[in-house]
Design a protein around this ligand. Structure first.
Ligand code: PLP
Ligand code: COI
Length: 341
């Protein structure tokens, strides 16, 4: 199979049309069997539930080429579970785990020429989503839905290199004001756009959102969870019911304990504690683990010296172990790597 002629190493995190996408329709109370299509456009009624009331949820995972040339995806069962939870919160009829996994297999297989080669630094980003498609004018759930998966080859989410990632502590809330921060719903991301545009204008890469109730605890950024390392080498991540339960973070906690013999814990983290940490990183499917150099809390700068020029030593070990597991150079825990056949 010939790979597409793409400059893999210089890809950014952007959308590019590939050959196939998956679509399944929900009508008369049930999902159909789904199919692949070459048409990247969707025609919708002007009053579709997704357009009027943002009734849409999504997921994000990646396909990799392993060192021995297989195409694999990382823990897709957890994306299926989270999509189902997100859907239930927005009264979207969830697809079954089986249909989700089958759809991922089909759409990645059909676009295998777009899965970046091993060692290129790029990956195939897989974006499943479900949205209300028929007309609704009263505030109520749609009756018809589409479950789709698009794929697109991507490079790093944060450019890195010369400039360290800097973050500002943010005064807005990321999630829509309906207690939906823990799900991947389109409305939560729309709510974060104002803050990210403002942060970029001020020269920051991302926002550190705080808990809405007390504004004292670290939540997450617009597209990734936080991970910190204490000065005595312990991995800590924020515990909160209103952040997205990151699959990368949950995997890294296990990697820290079982592969690196480190202590790792999820607990509430106060913004006042930031200066006590030795390393800070952002973790997620898109972010992988990106080292943070500086957090600015209303004028007060907290620097993580390691993250200013490179990755801190523990962040680096976590990164190398996780990506080694994903690319097949390090043995994975059972069930983490699913081959596309
Ligand atoms: N937090 C937010 C808001 C996200 O959008 C993402 C990305 O999906 C994450 C965290 C990281 O989650 P995961 O590791 O499952 O990709
Ligand atoms: C992901 O990491 O998959 C995300 O969804 C983050 C961002 C691109 C929204």
């Amino acid at each position: 199979m010939a790979k597409k002629d793409i400059d893999w190493s210089n890809l950014s995190f952007g959308y590019q049309k590939t050959d196939y996408r998956y679509v399944s329709y929900f009508k008369d109370g049930k999902w159909d069997n789904g199919q692949l299509t070459t048409d990247e456009n969707i025609v919708l009624n002007e009053c579709a539930g997704v357009l009027q009331y943002a009734q849409t949820v999504f997921e994000g995972l990646k396909a990799y080429t392993t060192v021995d040339g297989r195409t694999v995806v990382f823990r897709p069962d957890l994306n299926a579970e989270r999509l189902i939870q997100s859907a239930e919160r927005l009264i979207i009829p969830p697809v079954s785990k089986e249909q989700f996994l089958d759809a991922v297999q089909k759409v990645v297989k059909a676009n295998e020429d777009y899965v970046p080669p091993y060692g290129s630094g790029a990956t195939l980003y897989v974006r499943p989503y479900i949205f209300g498609s028929n007309a609704v004018i009263g505030v109520k759930p749609a009756d018809e839905y589409q479950f789709r998966i698009l794929v697109t080859p991507v490079g790093p989410y944060f450019k890195g290199g010369v400039k360290p990632i800097t973050i500002r502590v943010c005064d807005y809330d990321r999630a829509a004001p309906h207690g939906t921060g823990h799900i991947k719903a389109g409305l939560n991301y729309a709510m974060s756009l104002y803050a990210i545009v403002e942060a970029h204008k001020q020269g920051y890469d991302e926002n550190m959102y705080l808990d809405a109730a007390t504004r004292t605890k670290v939540e997450e950024t617009g597209g990734a969870n936080f991970l910190f390392v204490t000065k005595d080498g312990k991995v800590v991540t924020p515990k909160s019911n209103s952040i997205l339960p990151s699959i990368t973070r949950r995997s890294l906690i296990q990697v820290a304990k079982e592969y690196l013999g480190l202590e790792a814990e999820e607990r509430e983290i106060y913004v006042d504690e930031l200066e006590d940490f030795a390393e800070c990183g952002l973790c997620g499917t898109a972010a992988v683990i990106s080292p943070v150099g500086k957090v600015v809390n209303h004028g007060k700068e907290i620097c993580f010296p390691a993250g200013m020029s490179e990755m801190g030593p523990i962040t680096k070990k976590l990164y190398e172990t996780l990506t080694g597991i994903q690319m097949g150079t390090i043995e994975a825990p059972k069930g983490w790597i699913v081959e596309i056949k």
